[in-house]
Design a protein around this ligand. Sequence first.
Ligand code: C2E
Ligand code: CA
Ligand code: CA
Ligand code: CA
Length: 278
Amino acid sequence: AKENAKNCYALYTPEMHEKSLKFLDMEKDLRNALSNKEFILYYQPLINLKTGKIIGLEALIRWLHPKKGMIAPNEFIPFAEGSSAIIDIGEWVIHEACRQLKQWYDMGLPQVYIAINLSARQLRHQDITDKIIHIVNEMGIDGGNLLFEITENVAMHDLRQSIHTLNMLKSVNMRIALDDFGTGYSSLNYLKKLPIDMIKIDKSFVQDITKHHDEKFIAKTIIDLAHNMDVIVTAEGIETENQYKILREYDCDLGQGYLFSKPLPAEEIEELLLSGKG
Ligand code: C2E
Ligand code: CA
Ligand code: CA
Ligand code: CA
C-alpha cells in the first residue's frame, strides 16, 4: 500500500486531511528529498521594461525525483505547506539562493537581486527574521540583494504579526513584493497597511490586456494605483510582444515571462548574465 501511495500522490488534493497516512508519507518523502539533496532552484529573470536589462531573478524550486524526474512546485509545495516540512524546505531555499548570490558576486557577474517566495506558515514562524538575517550574515551578502514575495492571503492571516515581520526584514534593506496581485481578497485599505515595495500583477490580468473588453484595463488600473502609492509594478507571465508593448505603454516597471526567459538552472543564468543582458 505504501508503494502505491508513493506512486500517485500527485493526484491528491491539498485539501486532503493532514493526518491521513498518505499525507504522512508525503511529508516523509519531502524530508527525505531534503536530506538527499533532491531539490534544485531555477531562476527566472525579471526585466526592466524600459531598458530591457535583467535586474532580478525569481528563485523557483523544483524537485529532481530519482524515479519520477522533475516535479513542479505546484505538485508538492501545497503539501509541504500543510506540515512543518515547509519550514525546512523554505529555509533550504533561502540558504541556497543566498549561496548562489554570493557565488555570482565572487565570479564578478553583474549584480542582480534574488526574489524568494515565502509561504504563510514561514511568515508566521517565530524565528523567520532571525533565520534570514543569520543566513545573510553567514554568507556575507547584502540584504539589499534580497526580495521576499508573499501573497495577499498570506499576509492577511495575521496582519499585525505579518507587518511586524515585514518591517524587520525591511530594516535590514530587504524588499517585499505582493505576489499574484488581484487574485486574493485584499482591500485597498489593507494594501495601504502592508509595508510593500512591489506589486506583481498576476498573469491572468496580463493575458486580459490584449482582449477587447473592460478587463483589459484592470492591469492599467493596478499600475496607476501602485504608482500613486510609490510601489513598483512587475507584470507576470508576459508571453507575447503585444503584451510587452501594451505594458510599456501602461508605464509598467518590470516584467517576467516566457517572452524574455523561462526559469533556468543557475549555469544558464550565468551565460545570460555574462552575455550582457544583466
Ligand atoms: P509564482 O510565485 O506565481 O511563480 C510564477 C510561476 O509562473 C512559475 O511557475 C513560473 O515558471 C511561471 N511562469 C513564468 N513565466 C510564465 C509565462 O510567461 N507564462 C506562464 N503560463 N507561466 C509563467 P512554477 O515555477 O511552476 O512555480 C509555481 C508556484 O510554486 C509559484 O508561483 C509559487 O507560488 C510556488 N513556488 C515556487 N518556488 C517556491 C518556493 O521556493 N517556495 C514557495 N513557498 N513557493 C514556491
Ligand atoms: Ca512568486
Ligand atoms: Ca506570482
Ligand atoms: Ca502563483
